[in-house]
Design a protein around this ligand. Structure first.
Ligand SMILES: Cc1ncc(COP(=O)(O)O)c(C=O)c1O
Length: 394
């Protein structure tokens, strides 16, 4: 039986040769290829500066730190996201304030709910572009300006997405990740651009870029590559930094992968359009963001089941037909670490909790054939019928 993987990677000889080249050169930590990758990435995104780091989590941490987030501050963030959108807030000693999402049709930040949670302690917003669809950045930026907040975009799902402009605002046409004070990207093993581990921070703020560049390598005023290449001898530690350096292997893979990004994203978009055509009218599910398509990197394909469908029975039935599924995401505020951390002020987000209990992610990656989508879609319809609870069928 054919297995339909949730995600897969278009990676082959070109990447293998690029990595072999680095190995032969024997300098594996950040160096000249990393600088080339940063330059190419900044050009591709239309960003002033790009700083390569070891992960998106590191990028978000550096961005928040550069924004001055410190103990006593609050940072607004959706709970409906991967935990790495929120963990860096805790690294800074600040308090995450979890915000609702729109609902089954819009899995991004609910902007009215966001505004209602802004307090004098609010310092920043982490805006997540769920599934590849940019959040309403025009309203996010307007609120940030009104309340003097910094904005960090978690663009892990939205690499290469063009923001279409919403609420009649001024940011239409910009790439996701280039609108806030800093944008953070991941090149983790299942992302649209893959290097295994790795991340990038982009910004138009030269001072922020300089501080982040320093902080990613222990706060040292000279890079390890400058020292290894014999171009630098002494150095100062000008600020408290981290080891968030990427490797030359990451950059070598990234330089090949970035050349494939536009075509891969276009293919993802075609596949999502085909899914919508095949299951958009199925009774028992809602397809989020159904009124949008091209303004997305279409990183994952989430569906939200009706209340009368047993999610685990549905997923098990799909698995029996060879279709791998996943759940994006268990809400961050429901994890035990966060429940303990927020114990004094427990968090309840009914919309997030409801959607998270009904969401299922179907396979989406550029190596899928049209016929795969047709077969998965047929399986989805059959499994919806098999998973209807007695109350729903009565
Ligand atoms: C929405 C979101 N934020 C943050 C991250 C963290 O990225 P990384 O694994 O590169 O730290 C991920 C990656 O899985 C993600 O999906």
């Amino acid at each position: 039986m054919k297995r339909y993987l949730l995600s897969d990677v278009d990676m082959g000889e070109e990447e293998a040769m690029a990595v072999a080249d680095v190995v032969r050169g024997k300098w594996l930590s950040a160096g000249p290829r990393t600088a080339d990758f940063e330059k190419r990435f900044a050009e591709e995104m239309g960003a002033g500066h790009a700083v390569a780091v070891s992960s998106c989590t590191a990028a978000i941490h550096l961005a928040l730190q550069a924004a001055g987030v410190a103990p006593g501050d609050e940072v607004l963030v959706p709970s409906y996201t991967f935990v790495a959108s929120a963990n860096p807030i805790l690294y800074c000693g600040a308090t995450p304030v979890f915000v609702e999402i729109g609902g089954a049709a819009d899995l991004n930040l609910d902007i009215d709910g966001l505004e209602a949670k802004i307090t004098p302690r609010s310092k920043a917003i982490v805006a997540v572009h769920m599934a590849g669809f940019p959040a309403d950045m025009d309203r996010v930026m307007a609120l940030a300006e009104k309340h003097g907040l910094k904005v960090v975009e978690d663009a892990c799902h939205a690499i290469g997405a063009s923001y279409a402009g919403r609420s009649g605002g001024r940011f239409g046409g910009r790439k996701a990740g280039t609108i806030g004070d800093a944008g953070c990207f991941s090149f983790f093993a299942n992302k649209n651009l893959v290097t295994g581990e790795g991340g990038m921070l982009v910004t138009d703020d030269e001072d922020l870029a300089t501080r982040v560049r320093l902080a990613r390598s222990h706060g040292m005023t000279k890079s390890s590559w400058d020292k290894a290449a014999g171009r630098a001898f002494g150095y100062d530690v000008a600020s408290l930094g981290f080891n968030y350096r990427p490797t030359e292997l990451t950059a070598a893979l990234g330089l090949v992968q970035i050349g494939k990004l536009a075509a891969a994203n276009a293919r993802r978009t075609e596949l999502v359009a085909r899914y919508r055509d095949r299951i958009g009218d199925a009774t028992g599910l809602t397809i989020p963001f159904a009124d949008r398509l091209a303004d997305s990197a279409n990183h994952i394909f989430p569906i939200v089941l009706d209340r009368g469908i047993d999610r685990e029975a549905f997923r098990a039935a799909l698995d029996e037909r060879g279709v791998q599924t996943s759940v994006h995401y268990p809400p961050v505020h429901t994890f035990s670490h966060y429940r303990r951390t927020l114990a004094a002020n427990p968090c309840h987000l009914p919309v997030t909790e409801d959607i998270a209990a009904r969401e299922v992610t179907l396979p989406l990656h550029p190596l899928l054939e049209d016929s795969d989508i047709d077969l998965i879609s047929d399986a989805v319809r059959q499994c919806l019928d098999a998973a209807r609870t007695p109350a729903a069928t009565a």
